[in-house]
Write a protein that binds this ligand. Structure first.
Ligand code: VAH
Length: 314
């Protein structure tokens, strides 16, 4: 990976990914794109291209000009948004992915796109969910993610495109807030803890989901993309996670720093239903074994880091 095009660069992952890759691979070797221009400070002023991933012609045009060797395709609608408008989700998530894979095939690009724990469903084993298991999700997002995993495998097998992917858990970060995800409570809770000392969770107290701090997610992308292809059996997609947590666990950790923090609940049936259909804790041992995945952030360390970073924003 030397010269990198990123789609969905203004999203929660794309923003930090762009900044980190510019540092690591050189400013001129990373081109962020998104459907609209940057408005906030993070990517403002950097070289940037507007790209709607449904427009394959423009995508190919940008690639033929920038000449990357790798595409990191991050543009997607998250689970709760996708449930509100499933047809639109199919367009962005599936038509966008097909266009990106076709572009990667034509221009011989290495290719990464994230799958998610959303690719699992109610019939998947809930604890220690294996790498290869039942995948019958009940959300449009999950349908898109399973189809995406298979499509990426197909492009590898059929056309030799070097596709790689992970199943991300909920990602927690402070640079850019997520939008429209079921796991977003685990980001909001930190912002609200610092700003108001209180949070009302839309996810119920004992609902466990896998989570990971953004630095570990970005390291995972880089590590997987740099891995020797001969080591990879499960290319699309590897289970990765750092912790299985619920709102009460996060609140207890926050109280070590903000003793008066209060948490109450106003459970959203749609997002709670999505969360209940996902695993409680997935098994990431194949990612560890095949390419050395090793997250550094525990709940304790992540909580300290998040609270400090958000305080410094004020
Ligand atoms: C969502 N954060 O909540 C995403 C994710 C782990 C789930 O892919 O939709």
């Amino acid at each position: 990976m030397e010269r990198i095009l990123i789609t969905g660069a203004l999203g929660q992952i794309g923003t930090e990914l762009t900044l980190k890759l510019r540092e690591k691979y050189g400013e001129g070797n990373v081109l962020p794109t998104d459907i609209k221009a940057p408005e906030d400070d993070n990517l403002k002023g950097l070289p940037f291209e507007i790209l709607d991933v449904r427009d394959m012609e423009r995508m190919k045009g940008i690639v033929s000009e920038f000449r990357p060797d790798t595409m990191l395709h991050m543009a997607a609608l998250l689970s709760a948004t996708a449930e509100k408008n499933p047809q639109f989700a199919w367009d962005i998530n599936m038509v966008g992915l097909m266009n990106a894979l076709e572009t990667a095939r034509e221009y011989d690009l290495k290719f990464f796109t994230p799958s998610s724990i959303g690719a699992f469903g109610p019939s998947t084993p809930k604890e220690n969910t294996p790498q290869v298991t039942i995948q019958r999700p009940t959300t449009m997002y999950g349908v898109n993610k399973v189809a995406g995993e298979l499509l990426c495998d197909y492009y590898f097998e059929k056309f030799g495109v070097d596709t790689r992917s992970v199943r991300f858990p909920g990602l927690i970060s402070h640079v850019k807030e997520p939008g429209g995800g079921t796991t977003d409570y685990a980001v909001e809770i930190y912002f609200e803890a610092v700003r108001n000392g209180a949070y009302t969770s839309f996810i119920d107290k004992s609902t466990n989901m896998d989570m990971m701090y953004m630095d570990d997610a970005i390291d995972a992308i880089i590590k997987l993309m740099e891995a020797d292809p001969d080591q990879l059996v499960d290319r699309n997609a590897f289970n990765v996670t750092a912790m299985s947590i619920n709102p009460e666990m996060v609140a207890n950790e926050i109280r070590k720093h903000i003793p008066g923090f209060t948490l109450d609940y106003d459970v959203d049936p749609v997002r709670q239903g999505i969360a209940a259909s996902w695993p409680n804790a997935i098994d990431a041992s194949e990612a560890k074994r095949q390419w050395g995945f090793q997250p550094k952030y525990t709940l304790e360390k992540m909580t300290e880091t998040m609270l400090e970073a958000i305080r410094n924003k004020k």
